[in-house]
Write a new protein. Structure first.
Length: 156
């Protein structure tokens, strides 16, 4: 007699989990971050690529650094509207020349857009941006009122 094994719920196939795993793998292939869209903290428009960013903070300001290789500052747009900082632009693909052919293209091309909610206590009127060596630096200065100040408390 052949022994039968009882399947537990852990062993059951979940087609939705498989679809999410496939979406993550395809997303990484096309330069998007893995994970379900509803779980993302920031809104990203559907674009062909999204530049990588670092966001830092110190006592005076927030700084957003975006990697934008092979772009000129004229090809990048930075705007602040209704508490949202937006960075957008387009990286054009090289034209294939007669004596040169491409064997592999791994870098992403096309339009991009990244948007970030400006933190409370930021002075949106004083936002500045500089573009150097393929890196965009956007500085968001904090209001002086927003800076925490140390207060001496006398203990009796």
């Amino acid at each position: 007699m052949i022994g039968l094994t009882k399947r537990t719920p852990v062993d059951q196939w979940d087609p939705f989990k498989e679809l999410e795993a496939m979406e993550n793998r395809l997303g990484m292939l096309f330069g998007r971050l893995p994970g379900n869209r509803e779980r993302k903290q920031e809104a990203m428009a559907l674009t062909e690529w999204a530049p990588l960013v670092d966001i830092t903070e110190d006592a005076r300001e927030y700084v957003i650094k975006a990697e934008l290789p092979e772009l000129k500052k004229e090809e990048v747009k930075v705007s602040v509207e209704n508490g949202i900082l937006s960075i957008s632009g387009e990286r054009k693909m090289e034209k294939e020349e007669k004596d040169k052919k491409f064997h592999r293209i791994e870098r992403a091309y096309g339009s991009f857009s990244r948007s970030f909610t400006i933190p409370e206590g930021t002075d949106a009127a004083k936002v500045t941006a500089e573009f150097k060596d393929g890196v965009l630096r956007v500085r968001l200065p904090k209001n002086e009122k927003a800076s925490p100040k140390a207060v001496q408390v006398k203990v009796e």
